[in-house]
Design a protein around this ligand. Structure first.
Ligand code: ADP
Ligand code: MG
Length: 396
């Protein structure tokens, strides 16, 4: 393993790395840092939790400090991720004093505007809010010469692509870098439109971290709640992140858990930004054991010590599934991902389905089952092929 001390980059950044007590560079950092410092565009695929933020944060900060780059823009798909990346890059630049700032929707623009006018070296932004600032001339697009698309497949999908095209058109950056755990098919073929020449860096391991133990659990719809309670009990106070597909359901599930005296918060695109942040904070600090989330929390978030990720409702596609479960098993820790597979009960009559039909067989399976200690099973999840338009609620 390569040590940070053996990679050539600015000593003020290295001092911050020492402060953070990081010694060895992760594989993706080892490969990406020299490539970006050398001036190459990088398209990088590396699994969740592998340290991609510093993989681009270190060399891009280095280039600014070295006079090779003016300002750097990092674009992320959700407000919470943007805040997280900003925090990490601020820590990295503690000694260098580069100004790292973020802009995102859902709160006032005035403070952001005055901050931007004071000057910024690295800006982390959601696409919609950034465009608003460009339009109000709070900051000149041409001041940026380097752009990173974090969670690139998401930032290039149909919910964001128009904004991204507009942003890149206004900036005309010299360098563009793409980072994600998943970069397949349609998006991969789009890359050439944005970056004529680039170095592809793929960390060949699994797309999800190898420390994630995944288990499918067959349950009827009526038994899901009980199965969730079993998991929370087994987590014995450790964190459980539960993904559901509907915003309103996140709230009602949260309320139901509260009635069972389980501390839970919810996060989704219909909540105010303030409340989204409060929920995340409560969950991060361990004030609440459980967080119920829609896919607004599926990507990129670093939350310490999540024991279980539960897919209460299956993800809409394979990539979203990989990102969701990638919230656990990060940086060498073991985590468990439990996928509820809805079974159709025996004697099922769809015309009578009100969601409460139970089967003896499934009840036996979900009741009291042990969710840990299993082996990875091949996924049997079903993903719908039509993702539908991605909600604009979560976009900025
Ligand atoms: P990714 O973007 O690949 O999902 P992150 O960049 O969010 O991963 O990093 C995951 C966590 O690992 C963060 O808390 C980060 O600070 C930490 N981390 C990053 N690089 C290292 C390293 N070299 N050694 C130890 N921890 C690291
Ligand atoms: Mg990331």
């Amino acid at each position: 393993m390569t040590k940070f001390d053996d990679i050539q980059f600015n000593s003020m950044l290295l001092r911050s790395i020492h402060d953070l007590k990081y010694v060895d560079a992760t594989e993706v950092q080892d490969k990406v840092i020299p490539a970006i410092i050398g001036g190459e565009n990088v398209v990088c695929r590396s699994h969740t939790g592998s340290g991609k933020t510093l993989a681009f944060g270190i060399p891009l900060s280095h280039r600014i400090l070295n006079g090779q780059s003016k300002k750097v823009l990092i674009i992320g798909p959700t407000r919470e991720l943007v805040m997280q990346v900003r925090t990490e890059l601020s820590l990295l630049n503690r000694h260098s004093r580069l100004k790292v700032y973020n802009v995102y929707g859902g709160h006032g623009m005035i403070d952001e505007q005055s901050q931007l006018r004071k000057g910024v070296d690295i800006l982390v932004a959601t696409p919609g809010r950034l465009l608003d600032h460009f339009k109000r001339r709070a900051i000149q697009p041409r001041q940026f010469d380097t752009v990173v698309l974090d969670e690139a497949d998401r930032t290039l999908d149909m919910g964001f692509i128009t904004d991204i095209k507009q942003i890149l058109g206004m900036i005309e950056p010299k360098n563009v870098h793409l980072f994600s755990a998943t970069l397949e098919g349609k998006v991969a073929s789009l890359i050439h439109t944005f970056i004529p020449k680039y170095k592809e860096i793929t960390i060949p391991a699994e797309i999800i971290g190898k420390n994630i133990i995944e288990k499918d659990v067959e349950v009827t719809r009526g038994d899901k709640y009980k199965a969730l309670l079993d998991i929370i009990t087994q987590a014995a106070g450790k964190k459980v992140l539960v993904f559901v597909s509907k915003k309103y359901f996140a709230d009602s599930l949260c309320e139901k858990l509260g009635k069972n005296e389980i501390g839970a918060v919810s996060i989704h695109g219909d909540k105010t930004q303030k409340n989204r942040e409060l929920s995340l904070k409560d969950f991060k600090t361990g004030r609440t054991q459980v967080m119920i989330a829609t896919d607004v929390a599926a990507r990129g978030l670093q939350i310490e010590d999540i024991e279980f990720v539960v897919n209460y409702d299956a993800a809409m596609d394979r990539d979203t599934h990989k990102h969701r479960i990638g919230r656990t098993g990060r940086m060498g820790k073991t985590g468990y991902a439990i996928n509820f597979i809805e079974s159709v009960p025996v004697n099922y009559d769809p015309s009578r389905d009100r969601g409460g039909f139970r089967s003896q067989r499934s009840r036996a399976r979900s009741g009291g089952a042990s969710f840990k200690g299993g082996h990875n099973r091949p996924p049997r999840r079903q993903f719908s092929h039509n993702h539908g338009p991605h909600g604009r609620n979560n976009r900025n």
